[in-house]
Ligand binder design. Structure first.
Ligand SMILES: Cc1cc2nc3c(=O)[nH]c(=O)nc-3n(C[C@H](O)[C@H](O)[C@H](O)COP(=O)(O)OP(=O)(O)OC[C@H]3O[C@@H](n4cnc5c(N)ncnc54)[C@H](O)[C@@H]3O)c2cc1C
Length: 506
């Protein structure tokens, strides 16, 4: 079925935008005042501000703080409609796009901006054990796993007096890996500190594994070094030149060694959305579509490819897959189409690089600023700049206010408000979760206790915790006892650990 919309009746050019991310929403907004009709197709109903996804994953912000319905974003554009569907194929000769719903859409101009996805370098089976971070769903799943690890450790400590090592392994030392590792350290050291009675979350280890010789390889070398110093200060264990060769529930193999891991996160590889390869035009090894100076794949002036999906080279270098080029390309597509409508020559696209910034943790970041002045910042100034820029680019006044208020609140009170676990209580690799029926355990918080801690070691304002069976147990179990459990000690394969005998361990 071909969906014929009002555009056919009015005989205005029809622009079909596939992907309502940074590039797609910018293009739609820039096309609002031109005499044409625009359809935005996206498989989700919302735009996601990906730079703040890790804050959702680590329970600082709520999904609604960093996402907005695409309909709301383009709601004021009278020439624009939104369709929630997934593009699964093209007929470039007939100028038609096929949708998952089996419908087809016609276009005069097609803009593709479907972004990027994770790459597991041919090991797609690793994905279920080591999720990556691209969507709100990914962020909620990561949040579930990270928080669940602490819940299961608390419970195991009550049941047996010890728990498996709380090792969090982040694979990939680019901006996303750095953000995730720093943020996990932040929540274990600052935000979860007072939530548990029997384990000490601060004893968790966070290991960041990077295959290359340094973190943040796209940044100047001395900013990479500053980032490493700040991460190490937070407690992240950095292992450069350490390539992950195996990911299994409960552990990873990296640099020839086995590392126990209660939660493995993947930030090591990115590839273009599969939509690029569906086009049947020239793509690079990541699947990005080669485009010329007017953002067209070869031989298709009616098709524009933008954002992370595009391979665009400027001054001999590929423009990076970050938000600024995506937004600028989206704006530029409107200029290209306007030039056609006015029978003018199309202007060439040129990326205006304003710089890069990566946050590392609480008041820690690095920034390579190129506009409106040139500066290389690290520490608090970089973090303040990062904060301002990210709030500025959030869509919607409500979101900006909500995020600012949430940050101010959590930075001063050390509390983060959305530590919610949704869904299953299964954590891949957590010992004893095979699904087999186990005999009931009597939870007795005193059974495995070390001597009571001094009163000041305990948060003063906490009521006695109640276990799920309805029993009440004392809050006097000392955090120090948890520290002496396996969590803080060098990783060792205990009887509970799954998997084959390691060659050596970190
Ligand atoms: C965790 C993380 C942190 C980041 N941090 C930063 C940062 O700090 N600074 C920075 O500049 N950049 C950052 N980036 C990169 C930045 O977010 C991307 O470069 C940017 O989102 C690319 O924009 P885009 O429009 O090309 O794609 P996206 O914004 O990814 O949008 C793609 C859209 O296409 C839709 N889509 C995909 N496939 C289909 C299909 N087949 N049919 C219909 N719709 C489809 C998706 O649902 C999505 O809405 C980060 C990215 C991630 C994942």
């Amino acid at each position: 079925m071909v969906i014929d919309t009002r555009h056919d009746i009015r005989h205005r050019p029809r622009v079909l935008i596939v992907g309502g991310g940074f590039a797609g929403t910018h293009a739609a907004k820039a096309l609002a005042h031109l005499p044409l009709d625009v359809t935005v197709v996206d498989r989700s109903n919302h735009f996601t501000f990906q730079p703040l996804l890790y804050q959702v994953a680590l329970a600082v912000l709520s999904p609604a703080d960093i996402a907005s319905p695409i309909r709301t974003i383009v709601g004021r554009n009278s020439n624009t409609e939104v369709l929630m569907d997934e593009v699964v194929g093209f007929d470039l000769a007939q100028r038609k796009v096929r949708l998952r719903s089996r419908a087809e859409l016609r276009y005069d101009y097609l803009m593709l901006a479907t972004g990027a996805t994770h790459s597991y370098f041919g090991h797609d089976d690793w994905a279920s054990t080591a999720p990556g971070l691209k969507t709100i769903e990914d962020a909620i799943e990561i949040r579930r796993r990270v928080l669940l690890a602490f819940e299961l450790a608390e419970r195991r400590k009550l049941e047996t007096g010890s728990h498996p090592p709380l090792n969090f392994v982040v694979a990939g030392g680019g901006p996303t890996g750095v953000e995730l590792a720093g943020a996990i350290c932040d929540i274990t050291r600052y935000y979860l500190r007072r939530d548990f009675r029997h384990i000490d979350p601060a004893q968790a280890r966070v290991l960041l594994l990077e295959g290359g010789p340094r973190l943040l390889p796209s940044y100047p070398e001395h900013l990479s070094l500053k980032a490493e110093q700040q991460l190490a200060g937070l407690g992240v264990e950095i292992h450069n030149s350490t390539i992950v060769t195996g990911v299994e529930p409960g552990y990873v193999i990296a640099g020839g060694r086995r590392i126990d891991s209660v939660c493995t996160l993947w930030a090591a590889g990115v590839q273009a959305s599969p939509v690029g390869r569906m086009l049947g035009v020239r793509t690079d090894k990541r699947g990005s579509v080669w485009v010329d100076a007017t953002l067209n794949p070869e031989g298709h002036p009616e098709v524009f490819v933008c954002g992370d999906l595009a391979h665009f080279e400027q001054d001999g270098k590929q423009v990076p897959g970050v938000a600024q080029p995506a937004m600028q390309m989206g704006d530029h597509v409107a200029k290209l189409i306007a030039a056609d409508l006015n029978h003018q020559p199309r202007p060439a696209f040129r990326y205006f690089d304003k710089g890069d910034m990566a946050t590392i943790g609480r008041m820690a970041a690095v920034a390579d600023v190129k506009w409106p002045f040139r500066a290389e910042l690290s520490g608090f100034p970089a973090w303040a700049a990062w904060l301002l820029v990210h709030i500025y680019f959030l869509i919607g006044f409500r979101n900006r206010l909500a995020v600012l208020a949430q940050w101010v609140w959590s930075y001063f009170t050390f509390s983060s408000g959305v530590r919610l676990i949704y869904g299953s209580q299964h954590l891949p690799g957590w010992p004893g979760q095979s699904g087999t029926e186990e005999p009931p355990t009597v939870l007795d918080s005193t059974a495995h206790e070390a001597p009571a801690a001094p009163a000041e070691a305990r948060p003063p304002d906490r009521p006695a915790a109640a276990c799920s069976s309805g029993e009440t147990f004392s809050r006097s179990t000392p955090r120090q006892a948890a520290a002496s459990s396996s969590a803080g000690e060098p990783t060792a394969i205990g009887p509970e650990s799954a998997g084959p005998t390691p060659q050596s361990q970190l």
